[in-house]
Write a new protein. Sequence first.
Length: 384
Amino acid sequence: MAEKKNAREKSMNIGVPAETRPGETRVAATPETVKKLVAAKHSVLVQPGAGAGASLPDTDFQAAGAVIATSAADVYARAELILKVRPPQSAELGMLRRDQVLVGMLNRFDAEGLAAIARTGATAFALEAAPRISRAQSLDVLSSQANLGGYKAVMVAANHFGKIFPMLMTAAGTIKAARVVVMGVGVAGLQAIATAKRLGAVVEATDVRPETKEQVESLGAKFIEVPLTDAEKELAKGQGGYAREMGEDYRKRQAALVAERIKTADIVITTALIPGRRAPVLVSEDMVKTMKPGSVIVDMAAEQGGNCPLTEADKVVVKHGVTLVGHTNFPAMVAADASALYARNLLDFVKLIADKEGRLAINMEDEIVAACLMARGGELVKKP
């Protein structure tokens, strides 16, 4: 019995507070991951209602071995490790302690937000900063969430589009298939292409990275290819799976080519982002004016300024007869699956900062741990 007690004393107390950001329905742990954390000798404390937005009742967490806290303050007061989806808001910052570890998607390019976390003295890890290496694939939060976001973006577009996606032949005549253009072929873009194809649309896609052509065509879509100079080919390779910002001459050629495709498109889904920078403008107001009435643009870059200047963050607006969707959190619209994947990402990271007995053990020689560390001892470790 004493042996069991000692093992329990060595384990981490892990806290899972409810997310406070408006519209955030995801949760950082699920009954599945709680069960595995408890099996690894950790204690898990969950705030009441933390999983409600993801259809995960408190009773499911309890059945998995978690303890339901009395409040958010109770979670922060008792936990050694705090698992979050989004960065802590002002009220939560006041509850963070110097001896705590915070793990979540902390927006590594938000200098002000990271500085606020650093001032609490807590040790903070931003999972989106994990290096793009094979060993880090299982905790790649950007990919897991973008994948679901790309799927949901197409479903949202279908909901706002006044026609069906597939070609339909009936006794009353034939309905043509919807034409979809996807701009930006990262994880979200590829999932958007696959989803639109499954729904029966004719899909075209474009990206500054020429190597994405094969991926696009493997999904049955047509690649809108902008001819590149030798210098542009080198720049277009990007870094860490992201595109780089291209020169003015390239942007003009791309705009001219894409403008022709957009005229005939029913739906345009834009996903282009440059880490730490304002999203590049891909669809100008003049292009929007050429689109057919009833067309839809889903701007997945709305949170970083949008790929279309007419997009309004967190709003759905109609301009020049075109519906522009500016939702900034598509994964939260499929919270159950998004939470399941994100919680597994977190679980794999927790394994990197815990020893075999379940004690906190931050190994700065581990390249994943070192890359994700944002703040420690009251100081920022990396400048955003």
